[in-house]
Design a protein around this ligand. Structure first.
Ligand code: ZN
Ligand code: ZN
Length: 372
């Protein structure tokens, strides 16, 4: 009997020679439950007394009679433990939320770790004391938030961390890692991204940004207005923010082509010691309109079909290539408009037709995700 008991429950051991007291753990669904069994001197199971941890008690609440019945009916300790484990397993499955109630030590440790870190850094904690939002300030004074989801079920499990960053949030974690250590790792990572945010903040402050409407700290793309219906989309590499970013010029062909030629011809002039914004203007031989010199409304020209600037997330970036017209349209609006005209023709996903404003030839690709 003992060998089988020890084989199934290696953590449950007899404490005395007579084997009337057992203490230790039984494992159910990868969770350990503390158990102490006191057998009468004659070893009669039906008069045995059972003590278990509060987690197991919590799970067995309302099922005590089932456990007592099994205790009376079981032939020996091995089969009783097996029955008990089955009951616990069924209870665990029916009440998944029970499995997530952390033990008291969890709260104790959490509070002591927060004391070390400093309560002023705690922006939010949920009612279950699981999700924490911690404030962090980088060396330039930018404020950041680190969200930590603690997994109390297995204290040895790494927490889920997230933050608004353009790079992966790589955290080195061991079961001994404290909140303060997590926080200082986050601060170190923030410092490595500071040059990237410097580049983007300069663009945001000194140019008209058409997209994104409201940038997050993780956004690496900016669409900067160069002039009427002409813009440049830059994709800044967070690891190499001072290098020439990936650029895409958008607008009518007659304006974009000369700019594209300048970009290609002057690329070698890029100086990583200068600001990215300065470099971009040098390479394109132009000065970007800034909030101090221009009104934003002069660049955010509305769509010639729906008369709005934003259509969901899209801005009007299909522009009539006729230099005298240059009317912008949303891709989706122009596509729908041209498709409805009998004079238009479609080849694969491109529609050929006439500009609704000047009647010059215009083409548009089928909008992404459009059901034709
Ligand atoms: Zn439109
Ligand atoms: Zn036109």
């Amino acid at each position: 009997m003992e060998s089988s008991l020890a084989g199934d429950n290696p953590l449950l051991l007899p404490l005395n020679k007579d084997k009337t007291v057992y203490d230790g753990f039984i494992t159910v669904k990868e969770r350990d439950f503390r158990l102490r069994i006191l057998l009468p001197p004659d070893g009669q199971l039906k008069r045995a007394r059972l003590h278990c941890c509060w987690q197991a008690k919590h799970l067995l609440r309302g099922y005590e009679h089932v456990v007592k019945q099994r205790l009376r009916q079981a032939g020996d300790l091995v089969s009783f433990i097996l029955e008990l484990k089955t009951v616990l397993e069924v209870r665990l499955q029916s009440q998944p939320e029970c499995s997530s109630i952390p033990p008291p030590q969890y709260y104790h440790q959490l509070i002591s770790e927060m004391e070390t870190l400093g309560w002023s850094k705690l922006l939010f904690i949920d009612t279950e004391f699981r999700t924490l939002r911690l404030n962090a300030e980088d060396s330039t004074g930018r404020q950041h938030i680190l969200t930590v989801k603690l997994k109390s079920k297995h204290p040895a499990e790494a927490p889920e961390c997230s933050a608004d960053l353009p790079v992966p949030l790589a955290i080195t974690w061991t079961p001994q890692t404290t909140l303060e250590q997590l926080h200082s790792q986050f601060l170190l990572l923030l410092e490595s991204v500071v040059p990237f945010w410097d580049v983007l903040d300069e663009m945001d402050g000194k140019t008209w940004i058409l997209e994104p409407e409201k940038a997050n700290r993780s956004d690496t793309m900016r669409r900067i207005a160069i002039g009427n219906n002409v813009s440049i989309k830059v994709e800044v590499d967070p690891r190499h923010p001072k290098m020439l970013p990936e650029c895409c010029l958008l607008g009518a062909e007659h304006v974009v082509t000369p700019l594209r030629n300048k970009l290609n011809a002057n690329m070698h002039l890029w100086n990583p010691d200068c600001s990215v914004l300065h470099n971009l203007q040098d390479v394109l031989e132009t000065v970007f309109p800034s909030p101090s010199t221009h009104e934003k409304s002069s660049f955010s020209v509305e769509c010639g079909i729906c008369y709005a600037y934003r259509l969901e997330a899209a801005i009007p970036d299909e522009v009539c290539n006729d230099p005298r017209c240059g009317q912008p349209f949303h891709q989706a609006c122009l596509y729908e408009w041209l498709r409805a005209l009998p004079s238009s023709r479609q080849s694969f996903n491109i529609v050929f037709g006439e500009c609704p404003y000047c009647s010059k030839p215009i083409t548009v690709k089928m909008a992404a995700g459009h059901k034709s």
